[in-house]
Design a protein around this ligand. Structure first.
Ligand code: TNX
Length: 526
């Protein structure tokens, strides 16, 4: 008792937490601050977790996150029952965390989103995260991370008070699919770079990494049945670089790292265009059977596989079959963009066969919105990258049953320059600074497409001009969090003035973690 009294007296003298409970990106659905309930992590803190392997793994990741800066031991132990105490408590609960009485009931977006929701309660004696699934606990941990002082991002010990603002957050995503794409074909990025990109996604509760694995300039995934694809097709990239490819073990490592962070990998094999690297490796797939020269420029739309030859479909089935077998997630992306030389019925006929091949692997097909005119197959997802919201072909595909991933070129394209003087990037879809990345609504963006048909959002990073991890980070940050908020947060929280203030606090976090970012003049960095 004396100990408890001393602790509470200590609290009275303690300054409030440096971070406010609502200072989270993406904005949580509901925030109820309680300034009297701040929590300070004691040096002997323990992490307690429900006895479930996936939950346990989240608890281990939380401890790993906190140990370097705090220097605390943070042992992780399992809870015998939900009532047992600890300082940081992660519990799985049967039913979805119930919202507080005083706030309106949620309107839409339940369904599978329930698995990703969480409730975080900060009280003087403990921080507790409750969720239906481990994904929810993981997202709750990302929120907790942002509620600690920025110094928590230090990889070496920092002396300081590790105080978290008191109160309750009840949160869950608006859209089920929230992603980013990395083009590893134009420039190849080795496994450690990809793992770090996954970490950046996870911070902002993004749950899909789309890998653009093949293009004219390089083929990046080993395929046992067609070994020259990677051996020959992987040896080039834009410019004079050496290229590269992922072995099956490399790819599995990426998938595993992503899975621990509740991120699903979406592999893309771009067909029937964007295939020059494949044709260099296997000229028999080329329309004239003549091997083209390796291509290291940045034009698009000139290459295609011979859609009139049965061998092409054997190739497609072999490649998609192997990639599907390596991929635990439900999606297989077949590209379909910019096949300028395969027109009309030849194009839709090819796409329809490729869609059936994907269905045969047990996966759900995704394609860029050029596939819209092809026939519908169950579950099909169209990724829209247009710049004008009137797109009757895409709206028609939605009417025929397609779901949509929105990647509007003029808002979500991370390869666009921020400003005229941005040293890398394109500008064909305009300049995209943070406000432009933030100010659109995925639920109402496309004419004739209802919010219920929108599976989610994705920010693609094409890499014609991006050559290093630091350049990837420079293009991702600070725009990726804007996209993440559109995908996660209820529309009612959408507010540019508020967002830019919340985002500003992330600059010091990135700087402390050694992450490169663009210090956009639109954000009031501290
Ligand atoms: C269009 S977006 C492409 C890519 C380019 C990109 C550059 C899409 C599906 N295709 O091949 O890299 O523009 O912004």
């Amino acid at each position: 008792l004396a100990h408890a009294a001393a602790r509470s007296a200590d609290r009275l003298l303690t300054p409030p937490a440096p971070v406010r409970l609502g200072d989270v990106v993406p904005a949580p659905e509901r925030v109820h601050p309680d300034p009297a309930a701040d929590f300070t992590l004691p040096p002997d803190a323990v992490v307690r977790v429900s006895p479930d392997p996936a939950a346990r793994d989240v608890a281990e990741q939380l401890a790993d996150l906190l140990r370097p800066a705090t220097g605390h031991r943070l042992p992780v132990t399992e809870l015998a029952d939900a009532g047992t105490d600890g300082h940081l408590v992660l519990t799985l609960s049967g039913p979805t965390p119930t919202p507080a009485r005083s706030t309106p009931a949620p309107t839409a977006g339940d369904g599978p989103a329930g698995d990703e929701g969480y409730r975080l309660t900060v009280a003087p004696d403990e921080v507790r995260i409750v969720a239906v699934g481990a994904a929810g606990l993981f997202h709750g941990v990302q929120t907790l991370r942002q509620l600690l002082p920025a110094a928590i991002e230090s990889r070496t010990p920092v002396t300081g008070r590790w105080t978290v603002p008191g109160g309750t957050i009840v949160d869950r995503p608006r859209f089920a699919y929230r992603g980013a794409m990395l083009d590893v074909a134009r420039h190849f990025f080795a496994v450690p770079d990809v793992l770090r990109v996954i970490d950046h996604l996870a911070r902002y509760k993004l749950n899909h990494l789309h890998l653009h694995l093949t293009d004219d300039q390089g083929w990046r995934i080993a395929v046992d049945s067609w070994p020259r694809l990677a051996d020959v097709g992987g040896a080039t990239e834009v410019g004079d670089g050496p290229g590269g490819f992922y072995t099956r073990a490399d790819y599995r490592r990426i998938v595993r790292h992503a899975a621990r962070r509740h991120v699903t990998v979406v592999p893309e094999i771009d067909l029937p265009g964007h295939t020059n690297a494949a044709l260099v490796a296997y000229p028999e797939l080329a329309p004239n059977r003549i091997a083209p020269s390796p291509y290291t420029g940045t034009e698009v739309g000139f290459s295609y596989v011979d859609h009139t030859d049965e061998r092409t479909y054997a190739f497609v089935a072999d490649v998609l079959g192997e990639v599907a077998a390596l991929t635990p997630g439900p999606w297989l992306h077949i590209g379909g963009d910019e096949a300028f030389k395969v027109k009309g019925a030849a194009y839709t006929g090819f796409v329809e066969r490729a869609q059936r091949i994907v269905a045969g692997t047990g996966k759900t097909v995704v394609g860029w919105h050029q596939i819209a005119p092809a026939g519908h197959v169950d579950g099909r997802v169209v990724q829209w990258w247009g710049t004008h919201p009137d797109d009757p072909e895409t709206a028609d595909a939605v009417r025929r049953g397609a779901r949509l991933i929105l990647s509007p070129g003029n808002h979500a394209y991370l390869d666009m320059k921020y400003a005229p003087d941005t040293p890398i990037g394109h500008d064909w879809a305009g300049l995209i600074d943070v406000r432009r990345a933030y100010d659109w609504d995925p639920g109402t963006h496309l004419t004739g497409v209802p919010a219920e048909s929108v599976l989610g959002v994705e920010a693609p990073l094409w890499t014609e001009s991006v050559t290093t991890l630091a350049e990837i980070e420079f293009m991702l940050l600070p725009r990726l969090p804007a996209l993440a908020e559109l995908g996660w947060s209820p529309r009612s929280t959408h507010d540019w003035a508020d967002f830019r203030e919340r985002l500003a606090g992330h600059g010091p976090r990135w700087a402390t973690a050694g992450i490169a970012f663009h210090p956009s003049p639109e954000i009031p960095w501290p």
